[in-house]
Design a protein around this ligand. Structure first.
Ligand code: PMP
Length: 379
């Protein structure tokens, strides 16, 4: 048996997305910019995918810009907005726990003369709208705050943050990295105060190589890519129609079961927590409000996460050591959250997906206990 518990790193493509992708490659293979019927059909397919995303996110289909993934979407949002609004101000406010595709982009903006304020978490590891309100100043153009942290599962109150900021300074734009939240928690962009949101296909059962940036109409973005002027000139390049069709199909297939899946994940996480409470030497991240039900972190006293990862692998259980994106490096996120180095080195991330069963959770718990008996070194 194989138990894939690394769904926050990537997911298995769902049948609906795979079929939509193949169909587009084999049948609807025109270039959406071509003026003939084959081009028109491809354009319609892109339009349909945008409608499917619009329905899943409660936003206008015209406000979706396709990218190669969330890394590109995050780069486009930050560079695009900061450069387009440079005359109004030069300050970006973000958090200390963003994915590198935000934190490294912010770093580069700082090198290029922009100002970046990185807000540390509160002592309990969370964020409040008040912190953002206090950080605002006359120079602030953009606030970028993720919805769900990929390493810890922390859910940030982005809608409340957006509302607070808009009340104080309606001209400040709000971007959110919604990668780990899209199709995992209900999101209604309309009425949310969120102006831009990045999503990634491969985290939601669509293929790798596709993502999107929601850009509320009227917002200006300086392009990162210049060329044929596709996608309103914001993101030139022939649209990858098969990947776009797959992303739309994945959204359509899952959008009505978000709440149901969420409670299923909550039950799985609770099951894992209950099992871990019985095993001496395991500490699990919090369960319940404020933490995404599909992500859990586990620290096993005396076992380095990479050692544990390979131990579990022998039994067909796949997890990640911290975040796959911070492989080999001390995680700046855990550091910002005040996790000591040793605990950070002993932390694995488990993330559930559509195919995760109770059996997988039970099997994990059994193997964790076994690992503690055979591998743990006395600290
Ligand atoms: N943001 C978050 C929160 C993520 O978890 C990831 C993927 N690890 C990304 C951005 C980057 O997404 P992509 O792989 O589509 O570039």
């Amino acid at each position: 048996m194989e138990y894939y518990l690394d769904n926050s790193a990537t997911t298995r493509v769902c049948p609906e997305a795979a079929q939509a992708c193949v169909k587009a490659m084999e049948e609807t293979y025109g270039n959406p910019s071509s003026l003939h019927r084959m081009g028109y059909r491809a354009e319609q397919l892109v339009r349909q995918a945008s409608e499917q995303l619009g329905a899943a996110l409660s936003c206008a289909p015209e406000d979706i810009i396709y990218t190669s993934g969330a890394t590109e979407a995050n780069n486009l949002a930050l560079f695009g907005v900061m450069k387009a609004y440079a005359r109004q101000g030069k300050t970006l406010i973000t958090t200390a726990i963003e994915h590198p595709s935000i934190s490294e982009t912010a770093e580069e903006l700082a090198r290029r003369g922009f100002r970046v304020k990185r807000l540390p978490p509160l002592p309990d590891g969370t964020y409040s709208p008040r912190q953002f309100a206090e950080a605002l100043d006359e120079d602030t153009v953009l606030v970028s705050c993720m919805l769900v942290n990929n390493e810890t599962g922390l859910e940030l109150p982005v809608e409340e943050i957006a509302r607070t900021i808009k009340r104080l300074k309606p001209e400040v734009l709000i971007h959110t990295d919604g990668v780990q939240a899209f199709l995992r928690q209900p999101i209604k962009l309309r009425s949310s105060g969120i102006d831009l949101m990045s999503i990634s296909g491969h985290k939601v059962r669509a293929p790798k190589g596709i993502g999107a940036l929601y850009v509320h109409r009227g917002i200006r973005l300086l392009p990162r890519l210049y060329g044929g002027g596709q996608q309103k000139g914001i993101r030139s390049g022939t649209e990858p129609v098969p990947l776009i069709a797959a992303l739309g199909a994945a959204a359509a297939a899952q959008k009505d079961s978000v709440r149901q899946e969420r409670s299923r994940f909550s039950a799985l996480k609770e099951r894992l927590a209950a099992a871990c409470r019985e095993i001496a030497g395991v500490t699990m991240s919090p369960v319940g409000e404020g933490y995404a039900p599909h992500i859990a972190t586990l620290s096993l006293r005396g076992i380095r996460s990479e050692v544990l990862l390979h131990f579990l692998e022998q039994y067909g259980i796949y997890v990640s050591s911290g975040s796959a994106c911070s492989r080999g490096k001390q995680s700046p996120v855990l550091e910002a959250l005040g996790v000591d180095r040793q605990t950070a080195d002993e932390t694995i991330r488990v993330s559930f997906g559509a195919e995760t069963t109770e059996e997988a959770v039970d099997e994990l718990a059994v193997r964790l206990e076994e690992a503690l008996h055979t591998l743990a070194k006395v600290r």
